[in-house]
Design a protein around this ligand. Structure first.
Ligand code: ZN
Length: 328
């Protein structure tokens, strides 16, 4: 796993025992300064040590410990840091069967089918939480509550009353749609539609007078604002080369934050975003005062590394890896 400049791997954080050691160093430095004030001749030597000059006793740089750096000198009161022990305090290796996979960042497209064991979504009735074309529509519970908030914000913004024209589809329904479609550039083959995950929605606007949804104020508002609710425009107008699907101004996919923001602000399709995370190993994002650390992990021996403490979610990417999203 490579870590370019913008990546801050979880295991590189300064562990608590290093912070304590830095406190001790500062205390000793203050004591040294007091002694320096009392004995002028000694002062020069102590100040020189604290400024980072080479110590004649250890040959190591003493005094200043920078963030993420392990202090190497003063062997009389420090123990060498065991990298394995340090890593163990940061990462826990969980059995794949023990993780709660949200599935939110799963790539579902022509090359990647909906997984057989796609038990991650929690399907619930969309009606009456949001307006729907058909009262039997279902959606993942988190995607639904985000849809509700998004439709409400759209109404407040004056772009009209939005409703679901499509939501979860069973594999059988997808097969029917595919068989009926004359233009297959808008329809995925059965088993390959993200509608089958319960995380995708198609949106309409009540009383539309424009010829197509693309021409509505609602479509423009969604393109700019859906990210706030964790949704991405899944098939953008210039994305067909990577998504394999023509522009669909009405189709949104729930991926959650901060991923929806990264895709929009860095102009990435989900295919491009997942590929970049896999290549770079992850990235950090600060959004609305929240610091996110996104890490791409590949399972080894049936186990996957997750943060030992703090808030995080994990999603398989449906190409063999997992994306861990940690925030604080
Ligand atoms: Zn759709």
């Amino acid at each position: 796993m490579r870590h370019p400049r913008q990546v801050r791997p979880i295991t590189n954080a300064v562990p608590p025992h290093n912070r304590r050691r830095r406190g001790l160093m500062i205390g000793l430095a203050v004591l040294a300064m007091v002694v320096a004030g009392m004995v002028l001749q000694t002062a020069w030597q102590v100040t020189r040590d604290n400024a980072g000059a080479s110590s004649p006793m250890t040959g190591a740089t003493a005094g200043v410990v920078r963030p993420g750096e392990t202090h190497k000198g003063r062997e009389d009161f420090t123990q060498p840091v065991d990298p394995a022990a340090e890593a163990a305090t940061q990462t826990t290796f969980l059995d794949l069967s023990a993780i709660t996979d949200t599935g939110r960042l799963q790539l579902i497209n022509a090359d990647h089918a909906v997984p057989d064991q796609n038990g991650m979504t929690n399907l619930v009735d969309a009606w009456p939480t949001v307006p729907v074309e058909d009262q039997s529509m279902m959606l993942d519970a988190t995607a639904l509550s985000s849809t509700e908030a998004m439709f409400s914000a759209a109404e407040s913004a004056g772009v009209g009353t939005l409703y679901l024209t499509d939501a979860y589809r069973s594999a059988a329904t997808q097969q029917e749609l595919y068989d009926q479609a004359e233009d297959k550039s808008y329809v995925q083959t059965p088993g390959h539609s993200e509608h089958e995950t319960g995380l995708a929605i198609d949106i309409g606007v009540v009383g539309m007078t424009e010829d197509t949804f693309t021409d509505t104020d609602a479509a423009r508002w969604l393109a700019d604002n859906a990210w706030r609710f964790g949704f991405i425009l899944r098939y953008p107008s210039d994305g067909q080369q990577s998504t394999g699907i023509a522009y669909e101004s009405w189709h949104y996919r729930y991926v959650g934050l901060p991923h929806a923001w990264v895709c929009l602000s860095e102009h990435l399709t989900l295919e491009q975003y997942v590929e970049r995370l896999r290549r770079d190993g992850g990235q950090t994002v600060t959004l609305d005062g929240v610091d996110y650390t996104i890490t791409y992990v590949t399972p080894r021996d049936g186990k996957v590394g997750v943060p030992s403490e703090g808030n995080f979610t994990i999603s398989s990417d449906n190409t063999g890896g997992f994306i861990v999203t940690q925030w604080r």
